[in-house]
Design a protein around this ligand. Structure first.
Ligand SMILES: Nc1ncnc2c1ncn2[C@@H]1O[C@H](COP(=O)(O)OP(=O)(O)O)[C@@H](O)[C@H]1O
Ligand SMILES: CCCC(=O)OP(=O)(O)O
Length: 359
């Protein structure tokens, strides 16, 4: 089977031509054999709303995939589609429209359904999304905050976090559904998530949610300071500041951690900011370990996990809890291809998406 894989980001869109074959292991029918030819189309200067960006990205994707062999399906990264169970979803025109104007927030991933749907219509094949960021499997007690009416929502790196958690479970000799894994996704956004029984039972979230600050997002901040900002800043400006100009960028002037790695030796402010990042990530890993009993493994993943010395510092803090594994970068293209493959090969059925405000 051949599937085209589309993973839109804010400054580039990652693509893959996936060749998918069934499992060779009868006991593990979902363990597909997938090979990917990866491509990346860059669009650093695209501004505007998602609907304004869509035609340009669509054109770049069409051009990049023009000479690829005929697909059996197109699979895109899902966006903020509301609380859903983990799995593969068939893309419909209703899902495309919802994603492009998502009431759950604006994010580049909201383009994934539209890009997949349009290319799939052109080829006359189905389109899918897999494990969108709003996969919601939270324990009831994880939803409750200390303010009646303010409920925690699940909005995290579900696609990559599930994929690396599954891989970590296999590495410790367990099935995903029998393992306890804590995943710290350290990318442009950061989320720390506890997996138990194959489900993401609690997460810090990644977009105006909680947990460690990221290269450019605020993470948890003291409520008193937030109140001061709320009463002195228009909402739109504040959202932009908290999601794009906070975290390491707000503290040091850059979200490029390779630059911070160079500056750390000579710049005391950078040193403190990185120490605070290590501290915050370690603290969340500890918290998300505590809620489920000692985990079988702790995983660090995402682009920041390429910084070995930083990862080592987190491991020095949390290594007593469980074995620490590092999957630097992400497995999103692989996870998308596998999600589509499981449906194409009849291992799983595709879910039908319906708009929902709550679980
Ligand atoms: N080799 C590296 N060393 C340190 N940091 C890195 C490295 N490669 C990427 N990063 C950092 O990772 C972050 C981006 O992570 P990534 O997972 O690629 O982001 P995205 O969320 O956009 O997919 C950036 O802050 C970048 O500076
Ligand atoms: C929308 C939640 C996932 C997320 O934040 O992704 P990025 O870190 O890639 O922006």
């Amino acid at each position: 089977m051949i599937a085209y894989v589309i993973n839109p980001g804010s400054t580039s869109t990652k693509l893959a031509l996936a060749r998918i074959q069934g499992s060779e292991t009868p006991d593990l029918p979902g363990k597909l054999r997938v090979t990917l030819e990866k491509h990346e189309v860059s669009h650093p200067d695209l501004g505007g709303s998602l609907e304004e960006r869509l035609p340009r990205v669509r054109e770049l994707v069409a051009r990049a995939t023009r000479d690829w062999p005929a697909p059996s399906a197109i699979v895109g990264r899902g966006g903020l589609v509301g609380p859903v169970a983990a799995g593969t979803y068939r893309v419909t025109s209703e899902l495309v429209a919802f994603s492009l104007a998502s009431p759950f927030g604006e994010h580049a991933s909201n383009l994934g359904a539209a890009l997949a749907f349009e290319l799939a219509s052109h080829h006359g094949v189905p389109a899918f999304i897999v494990d969108p960021p709003t996969v919601d499997e939270l324990l009831p007690e994880a939803r409750v905050s200390g303010v009646a009416g303010i409920e925690r929502q699940s909005r995290f790196h579900a696609l990559n976090a599930r994929a690396v958690a599954r891989r970590a479970a296999h590495e410790v000799g367990k099935r995903f559904q029998d393992a306890r894994i804590v995943v710290a996704h350290l990318g442009g956004g950061v989320s720390v998530t506890a997996f138990k029984g194959g489900r993401a039972i609690d997460t810090t979230g990644a977009l105006l949610d909680e947990g460690p600050f990221s290269p450019q997002r605020a993470g948890t901040i003291p409520v008193r300071g937030l109140l001061d900002l709320v009463y002195s800043t228009p909402r739109e400006d504040l959202e932009r500041r908290l999601t794009q100009d906070s975290g390491l960028k707000g503290l040091t002037g850059t979200a490029d951690l390779r630059e911070l790695e160079r500056r750390e030796r000579t710049d005391a402010d950078v040193r403190l900011a990185i120490e605070a990042f290590v501290h915050a990530v370690s603290k969340s890993i500890g918290a998300y370990s505590a809620i489920q009993g000692r985990p079988d493994a702790i995983v660090m993943t995402g682009g920041v996990a390429r910084w070995e010395a930083l990862v080592d510092r987190v491991e020095a803090n949390v290594g007593w809890i469980a074995p620490v594994m590092v999957f630097a970068g992400e497995l999103e293209l692989e996870a998308l291809a596998e999600g589509a493959g499981r449906v194409l090969l009849g291992v799983e059925s595709a879910h039908e998406w319906k708009p929902r405000e709550r679980v």
